[in-house]
Design a protein around this ligand. Structure first.
Ligand SMILES: [Zn+2]
Length: 228
């Protein structure tokens, strides 16, 4: 009998499985209306939103995030980050990423990061800003070298995986190279795989018992909650 919950570190889904604990990432409408639910919440401005919304709307989102922080409702800042598939907004994305980075630092909270083809930008910003709180790379798609570079500059990094365990051999091969105390799992926007499936995929790739994996990741979650 293993009573440790399944941990889903980053999800946009709102139906939670029994025996699981999720960190709910707020949607644009949840942030705008202030309607939040769930024990563990993260809020941030997704880099894609820079393309979809006006600067006035982004300004209102920033205000909403600051309010949630003052109300002590946030477990983490994000997701935020840089997505080079949308390079026309790169400067605004970087500016917003910095804003989130400073908030995480100021409030002593973990930062949940979306990075697409942007690890070198993020490494550079990491070097300049020397983060002190944990950085969680959600849906990590880098390789072993990138993972080691990130950990060298900021040892308090975590790498989270979800759908890629199902559709990327490269990621399944990378998984055993990630120190288990730096590993997390997530459903993100997944509709077809639930968090139990993701743990199963990870345990196969790691050749590790699911219950053992659950207890390891739960320890990681406990460690993440020890903030500044
Ligand atoms: Zn996400």
């Amino acid at each position: 009998m293993n009573s440790v919950p399944y941990l889903d570190i980053h999800t946009h889904r709102r139906e939670y499985l029994p025996g699981s604990v999720s960190v709910a990432c707020l949607s644009f409408s949840e942030l705008s209306t202030g309607k939040t639910s769930g024990e563990f919440i993260s809020a941030g401005i997704h880099p894609w939103w820079v393309e979809d919304y006006s600067s006035e709307e982004i300004f209102q989102l920033k205000k909403a995030i600051l309010q949630l922080l003052k109300d002590k409702k946030l477990w983490a800042i994000g997701e935020t980050g840089i997505d080079r598939v949308y390079p026309e907004h790169l400067d605004t994305q970087k500016e917003l990423f910095l804003w989130h980075m400073d908030l995480a630092q100021e409030w002593g909270l973990p930062l949940i990061i979306h990075s697409v083809r942007a690890y070198s930008d993020i490494l550079q910003m990491m070097k300049e800003h020397k983060p002190k709180t944990p950085w969680i790379f959600h849906d990590f798609r880098g390789n072993e070298i990138v993972m080691k570079d990130l950990l060298r500059i900021h040892p308090d990094c975590y790498f989270s995986f979800g759908l890629s365990l199902d559709n990327s051999l490269q990621i399944r091969e990378l998984l055993p190279l990630i120190p288990v105390e730096r590993l997390l799992l997530e459903t993100d926007e997944q509709k077809h795989l639930d968090i139990h499936d993701i743990y199963l995929r990870a345990s196969e790739a790691l050749r590790m018992d699911v219950d053992f994996l659950k207890s390891q990741l739960w320890l990681n979650f406990k460690r993440l909650q020890v903030t500044l």
